[in-house]
Ligand binder design. Structure first.
Ligand code: HPA
Length: 265
């Protein structure tokens, strides 16, 4: 598919999203696996199934209901993407970053990306909230977001330093960490977990890194949160159902921090 065609369809979807939200949006929030309910409960946003957004790739995996929510939240006009698509489902880097591109086209200046991740750093416990300080993209891929955006993106302080400081002020229990993004879909071998740790990663997941690349290419400021859903390492057997089920309490804490952060934007 040629990008200029895709851009036209994106513009249509952005119009529809802005219509849902009641105007140009300020902030986009991408809600990760198993976290949707906690966010939906807190807001009274209007909902639109992904099928109604032109060119939208939509989520098929259990735990990833696919809909966009839009409206006012914490005094800002917000689009909340509940459910994302992943490389491991066979989607391209461009499709994976669709919601970021859509948010940018609808006017968003800030992206808040959330995910459930595996904790590599033994200091991170299941249920902890990690604020992403920086990322290691191990997917071997990057999105090409538009013909007009510079593809060679500067990724220093990709996760906005000013907003990270603000999150720490709002919620002292949040821990900083480096997020490694892998393609998956499987949980790491002990050797891989060790290798990731050696590379400097504190948590690992199968999303977010391409979204952040896209957001920076499009000039959005980015904040990223990982809810530690499981430990990963030599003694840590992981069951997918447990990862999806983890953390109702964690998800609520995360939604609460996000709400307070949005209020300051
Ligand atoms: N590894 C990779 N991705 C994940 C994990 C994990 O342990 N937990 C949640 N997403």
């Amino acid at each position: 598919m040629r990008l200029d065609k895709a851009e036209q369809r994106l513009a249509k979807a952005a119009e529809r999203l802005a219509g849902l939200a009641g105007g140009i949006i300020d902030v986009a929030v991408i809600v990760g696996s198993g976290l949707s309910e906690a966010f939906a409960e807190r807001t009274s946003l209007r909902s639109l199934p992904y099928e109604r957004l032109p060119a939208s790739p939509h989520a098929t995996l259990q735990g990833h209901p696919g809909r966009a929510l839009g409206g006012s939240w914490a005094g800002k006009r917000v689009a909340l993407f509940s459910g994302r698509v992943h490389l491991y489902q066979g989607f391209s880097p461009n499709e994976v970053s669709y919601f970021v591109q859509l948010a940018a086209a609808a006017g968003a200046q800030t992206l808040i990306a959330t995910n459930a991740a595996g904790g590599l750093n033994p200091a991170l416990a299941v249920g902890d909230l990690m604020l992403i300080e920086d990322q290691i993209n191990l997917t071997g891929m990057a999105p090409m977001v538009s013909l007009s955006a510079e593809p060679f993106v500067d990724m220093v302080e990709a996760y906005d330093a000013r907003l990270r400081a603000r999150v720490h002020e709002l919620e002292p229990s949040v821990r900083d960490g480096i997020f490694a993004g892998v393609r998956g879909p499987y949980y790491e071998t002990p050797a891989e977990a060790r290798a990731l740790r050696t590379l400097g990663a504190d948590a690992v997941g199968m999303s977010t890194v391409l979204e952040t690349l896209a957001a920076r290419a499009l000039g959005l400021q980015v904040v990223g949160f990982s809810l530690i859903a499981n430990a990963i390492g030599p003694d840590a057997h992981v069951r997918h159902a447990d990862v999806l089920g983890t953390g109702r309490a964690g998800a609520q804490r995360l939604a609460d921090v996000v709400e307070r952060l949005i209020a300051t934007l």
